[in-house]
Design a protein around this ligand. Structure first.
Ligand code: BTN
Length: 252
């Protein structure tokens, strides 16, 4: 049905019309030993989850709601690299599939024309010094029109249909994404994070533009320069000093 030409990613794909959250199903399956590369896709989610306990609206059909179970041979402290790797890979796959220009807003939102098109949620189960599994979930707004979104967020979000004026075949998009993902994953595991960092910079939202950052210690103007190996945002303040941002409120 999915017509995939992958070796391990999506060898097992579980599709549900309606589900609470693909993320939760993925956790259950992973705990029972589901293999590396298992994918869960839903047409609708009744309680889709976003980062920081936020809700992810996905109870209507129209988007791609997907979680994957990965068992990468990397230490737990490198898990944040995986999130950035996923963002970079999704950007490239979506740009190739749609011809649209897409940016990454740190840490892991994908933006088109300054509005959110995709969110990524990485959850890890680790024991001692090893990752048991990662659940990487992403939601891509595809065929929703603007009325689909609650009024409070209409200025902040968009979909492929809204920006391009046409409907997209979700199966084809999933195919492109998974095929590209498998190839890029191997490259990341074999060759490390350097290439991901370069690609991240090539797609960084507001690269070198002035933004306002508020951390628990300070607030200041800065410009985005790149990302570190730990997944921190590298910025330069107005005195020309580089700072690493691990978590902050940012006014873009
Ligand atoms: C965010 O931007 O806060 C992340 C959103 C992640 C949404 C996806 S949709 C598929 C998977 N299942 C969920 O419940 N959440 C993720």
């Amino acid at each position: 049905k999915w017509g995939l030409e992958t070796e391990w990613l999506g060898k097992s794909i579980i599709f549900k019309e309606k589900i609470d959250s693909t993320q939760d199903v993925a956790h259950r399956l992973a705990r029972k030993g589901a293999e590396h590369g298992t994918i869960i896709i839903a047409d609708r989610q009744l309680s889709g989850r976003g980062r920081m306990e936020r809700q992810w609206i996905s109870d209507d059909s129209g988007g791609i709601w997907l979680s994957m179970i990965l068992r990468p041979p990397i230490p737990p402290h490198q898990a944040s690299q995986m999130t950035l790797f996923v963002a970079v890979t999704l950007v490239e796959a979506l740009e190739r599939a749609t011809g649209l220009s897409i940016q990454i807003k740190w840490p892991n939102d994908l933006f088109i024309n300054g509005k959110k098109i995709t969110g990524i949620l990485t959850e890890m189960q680790a024991e001692l010094e090893a990752i048991q599994y990662l659940i990487i979930g992403f939601g891509i707004n595809v065929n929703q029109n603007i009325d689909h979104f609650p009024e409070e967020i209409r200025d902040l979000v968009t979909s492929l249909q809204i920006v391009s004026g046409k409907e997209w075949n979700r199966t084809n998009l999933v195919q492109t994404i998974l095929q590209e993902f498998e190839e890029a994953y191997q490259n990341y595991i074999d060759n490390g994070f350097e290439l991901v960092k370069k690609k991240w910079i090539a797609h960084a939202y507001k690269l070198h533009e002035k933004i306002w950052i508020k951390t628990t210690q300070a607030s200041f103007y800065a410009t985005v320069q790149g990302i570190s190996n730990e997944g921190a945002l590298i910025v330069r303040n107005e005195n020309g000093e580089e700072k690493l941002i691990y978590s902050a409120e940012i006014n873009w």
